[in-house]
Design a protein around this ligand. Structure first.
Ligand code: ABU
Length: 983
């Protein structure tokens, strides 16, 4: 051993040992002692040199302050101790302060005669560098080299973990002075471990208290992958989630650049860093580089780093300067267990915490401030660890039977080992770090101190006592801004509403629509006596007006919430149902009334065709077969037949037969007069309003059923749809704030199902309505005089609705303005166009044509009271029927007269009539002027089929002439109806 006094200071060199690598040996050169101790130590080391080597010294050497003579009389009790003197791999380098503390404790113990009388406590030491592999190797060297070690003492958590896992193999108790890993509190895994260092989890309640104090609800934990930090992070995460604090966790191994980047991306603001000191520097450098520091961020680091840990050492080659590191470290907080007793009563060693601290400061190098020395905060724990060990050995010596000596301990001796374990477990004394005693798990409960770095120096800002939950706050903390920053970017939700301008424009047109419906209702009532109104099913038109008004009213609600017009969240669900129901029912009344008209017109047309066909079934038979073979059914025919089948079974036959009847026209014309006459009568029958009401009521019932089950089974609820956050508008004073657009939607759990049901049902109605309107486009009924306009209105509504429905429900559901505008334009167009098509011609007609005598006659000619509209209609019909019958009688009489004349001629031996063609022609002429027109529908079919029928059947020229004449006549008749309105 060599002791060199350089420049007035002493430097102790450790004994050279052939088994220790050079790096370890050279470490001893760095261990300095105080100048004033130089002489004393020189003397002490000279004594040691003069002692024969007993192999006790592994690295730092055996420590003893007794004289050779005294030592020879004392029995040495040796323990092995590992000190992390440096941390090239990034662990905790607490050796520089802890080793002197342990040495001091050894001196103090050995000085006292009452602690281990007759024994001398000594230790073998090694520099573990806080590396697991190296520490295992050193452990083997301890074991396989004399003297026998009674116990092991360890420093950092990683080393303690491996040593205390293998130590039971040699019946060794392990005492850790610098291991904080919560994972070590596990008796099954570490059966012989005790530690004077509190578990790192003890700081988590303090951190939680601070989160609470500053009302942070979101924190991020950044930890390296060592078990000590992972288990601390897990414990903190659990504590946070118990308190409703949101936690994000990031871990890294080696370079923390990506982890810090992720923190930034995740908008982490309150960051708890759990890693060793070297990693902390790397993290801080990355935080600086990526701007994760300053006003918006608060970092929490571990408190047991040296005071100047943030200054990058040259050998670490950090890509940050000291200034940059200091900027990044500004105002971070640290939490650490209080490891120095503040008690003024001396403990078992005879020293108070403060006295110990002063002695240690005197003992270690005065060039470096104690705060800069690794392990300085833990030094009291190391000092107390030696005392705990010594007291446990004393207890063991006393407890062992007379014939069993502690110095006879072998690595297989369970009796001694068991006794040491029991004694250690029951240790209890007042140390310089506070009361030292071990729980079943071996944990210590101590106070925590909170410090903040202010301009490169740590400032004590508070204490926390987790047993009393008392936070002592000094109010010395500083912030970049006015106070603690928020735990994340302040997100201000902005409800996406309909633009108020669009809303007002739509409201204007809706109000206009409402006034229009009221005006038209009054008009309908006022001119109900005019045939143009009375023969247009005014009740049905009133339903159209009512439905249109409802749809217009629904638009007021559809546009909410609009800018400045919000809705309470509590009523949002009910509100959703109200506006959808209003629109559905409004549609049912408006569209249903028009649908009812085309439906009934179509049915009447179909019935007429069927009756026509029935009457001439016999005549059709031969033609039916030839027609069937010649006309190929197109796909459209098939579809039409199918849809018609839905409209009514009778119509199927009628529709099919209609074509046939057209094909058979040539044969039928001689007979048609009778049929046409009765058909006209049939089509001109007044139609009961009940029929229309029934159709509307059926649709309404379906609507109500859907709405009812929707509300009961899966009611609509307010759902927020959030959009990517945006910066506040330029010039906004909101700092650190982002705008989050939120759209309020009406949503059921099975939204798609309900949309499918409603849209499906309405779509079927629309498509069916389109079909019926098309089919009945030329059929004119006296008592539904506006059927053609209704058809046009249906085309319009159907096309608009079929486009709008899917667009608003599927494509632009989430675009408030577009959605509302689309719906509004559709609803308003449907209402305006339908009302216009149905009422404008009526208004125009009434405006242009004054009422006829019948319409204005207040009383009947015989002086009776004026008839009601429906009675008058019936009256008109009866008059017409009467005329028709009278005509028939006249015709029949005429024919009787002709027959009689012929009979007379035959009876009198005269010539027979010239030809059958003449007779047929005579009949035709007569009949043409006798019967009212067939329906346009029939006529259309006849026009379509006539040429082919003619050519196929080889009709003669006369037949062709008749046909053409008939068609013209037919068209004339149809156009001559005074009850119908034409554009
Ligand atoms: N206070 C130092 C803790 C070191 C460690 O647990 O590894």
């Amino acid at each position: 051993m060599l002791v060199v006094c350089v420049d007035g200071r002493s430097e102790r060199r450790v004994p050279q040992h052939p088994e220790i690598p050079h790096e370890e040996r050279s470490h001893g050169l760095n261990v300095k002692v105080k100048r004033k101790q130089c002489k004393q130590q020189l003397l002490f080391i000279l004594i040691l040199i003069s002692l024969p080597s007993n192999g006790n010294s592994l690295f730092f050497g055996s420590s003893s302050s007794e004289s050779k003579e005294v030592e020879n009389e004392l029995i040495p009790l040796t323990f092995g101790a590992l000190f992390p003197m440096e941390s090239s791999a990034g662990g905790w380098a607490g050796g520089p302060a802890c080793l002197p503390a342990v040495e001091m404790a050894l001196e103090d113990v050995n000085k006292r005669q009452d602690i281990l009388p007759g024994y001398r406590l000594q230790m073998n030491t090694s520099d573990s560098k806080c590396q697991t592999g190296l520490s295992i190797q050193q452990m083997y060297q301890f074991i396989y080299n004399d003297p026998k070690k009674l116990m092991m003492m360890t420093g950092c958590s990683t080393v303690t973990t491996v040593i205390s896992e293998i130590a039971p193999e040699w019946k060794l108790v392990v005492l850790a002075y610098g291991a904080s890993s919560p994972a070590l509190s596990n008796r099954e895994r570490f059966p012989t471990l005790f530690r004077t260092h509190p578990s790192a989890t003890i700081q988590n309640p303090t951190r939680m208290r601070l989160f609470e104090k500053w009302k942070w609800k979101k924190v991020t934990i950044l930890s390296s992958v060592e078990e000590v930090f992972v288990s601390t992070a897990k414990d903190l995460e659990k504590s946070c989630s118990d308190k409703g604090i949101r936690v994000q966790r990031q871990s890294f191994f080696g370079d923390p650049a990506d982890a810090v980047k992720t923190l930034k991306r995740q908008d982490a603001r309150i960051i708890v860093g759990l890693f060793y000191e070297a990693d902390a520097r790397r993290v801080l450098c990355q935080a600086y580089k990526q701007g994760v520091y300053g006003r918006k961020y608060v970092w929490f680091f571990i408190g047991w780093y040296s005071n100047t840990w943030h200054i990058p050492p040259f050998e670490e080659h950090l890509n940050c300067t000291s200034d940059q590191m200091e900027i990044a470290a500004q105002y971070h907080f640290t939490t650490e267990s209080l490891m120095l007793s503040l008690d003024s009563t001396p403990g078992v060693s005879g020293y108070t915490g403060n006295q110990f601290k002063n002695r240690l400061i005197e003992r270690v190098d005065s060039d470096r401030s104690p705060g800069e020395m690794g392990g300085f905060p833990e030094a009291p724990l190391a000092y107390d660890a030696v005392w705990a060990l010594a007291l446990a050995l004393r207890c063991t010596i006393r407890a062992l039977p007379q014939n069993v000596k502690i110095e006879d301990f072998t690595y297989k001796n369970e009796a001694v080992a068991g006794q040491i374990f029991d004694c250690m477990k029951n240790t209890s004394f007042q140390g310089v770090s506070g009361r030292v005693m071990f729980s079943d798990q071996g944990d210590r409960i101590v106070q925590t101190q909170i410090e903040q770095m202010q301009d490169g120096k740590y400032q004590l800002v508070g204490y926390y006592d987790m047993t009393t939950k008392n936070l002592t706050w000094m109010g010395k903390e500083k912030w970049f801004g006015k106070g603690p920053p928020p735990d994340s970017t302040i997100v201000r939700q902005q409800i996406l509403t309909v633009s108020i301008k669009i809303y007002y424009v739509v409201c204007f047109f809706s109000i206009l629509g409402l006034f229009m419906t009221i005006g038209l209702f009054i008009f309908n009532r006022k001119y109900g006596y005019r045939s143009v109104i009375s023969q247009s099913q005014p009740q049905c038109n009133n339903a159209l007006l009512f439905g249109s008004a409802m749809c217009c009213f629904a638009l007021f609600l559809m546009g909410l919430p609009a800018d400045g017009l919000t809705l309470p969240k509590t009523i949002f669900g009910a509100f959703c149902h109200i506006r959808i129901s209003l629109l559905m029912i409004g549609f049912t009344f408006a569209y249903g009334s028009m649908f009812a008209k085309v439906w009934i017109v179509h049915r009447l047309g179909a019935t007429e065709s069927q009756q026509l066909a029935n009457r001439h079934k016999d005549e059709l038979k031969p033609l039916l077969s030839s027609y069937a073979t010649k006309e190929e059914a197109s796909p459209w025919d098939s579809i039409r037949t199918l849809i018609t089948g839905l409209a009514g079974n009778r119509a199927v036959m009628g529709n099919a037969l209609r074509k046939v009847s057209s094909a058979a026209y040539g044969n039928l014309q001689a007979k048609r007069s009778t049929s046409n006459s009765s058909m006209a009568d049939f089509l001109n029958q007044p139609i009961s309003a009940i029929k229309f009401y029934l159709v509307i009521a059926t649709f309404l019932l379906l609507d109500l059923l859907i709405i009812f089950f929707w509300i009961i089974v899966d009611p609509l609820q307010r759902k927020e749809q959030k959009y990517p956050r945006q910066e506040p508008p330029p010039g906004s004073k909101e700092e650190d704030t982002m705008i989050e657009p939120v759209l309020e939607l009406c949503q059921s759990s099975n939204q798609e199902v309900w949309i499918g049901v409603v849209l499906g049902y309405k779509c079927i109605l629309l498509v069916f309505g389109l079909f019926l309107a098309y089919e009945s486009r030329k059929l004119k009924l006296r008592y539904i005089n506006d059927a053609r306009f209704v058809g046009l209105a249906i085309y319009n509504v159907a096309i608009l609705s079929l486009v709008t429905g899917p667009v608003v429900t599927l494509l632009i559901r989430t675009q408030a303005d577009a959605n509302f505008a689309f719906i509004s334009v559709t609803v308003l167009l449907c209402c305006y166009i339908s009302l216009g098509l149905i009422f404008v011609p009526k208004i125009s007609h009434i405006h242009r044509f004054p009422p006829t005598a019948d319409e204005t006659e207040p009383k009947m000619s015989n002086g009776t009271q004026r008839l009601s509209t429906s009675d008058k209609s019936k009256y008109d019909l009866v008059v017409k029927d009467n005329e028709s019958l009278q005509q028939k009688i006249n015709n029949t009489e005429e024919r009787i007269r002709q027959c009689r004349r012929r009979l007379d001629l035959l009876t009198n031996g005269g010539e027979a009539p010239s030809s059958s063609a003449d007779t047929r022609g005579g009949l035709s002429v007569s009949e043409e002027h006798t019967f009212s027109s067939p329906t346009t529908l029939t006529t259309t079919a006849l026009i379509e089929l006539q040429p082919s029928t003619i050519s196929n059947n080889n009709h003669d020229t006369q037949s062709t002439h008749h046909t053409g004449h008939f068609i013209n006549d037919e068209m004339d008749n149809s156009d001559s109806s005074s009850d119908e309105i034409f554009l």
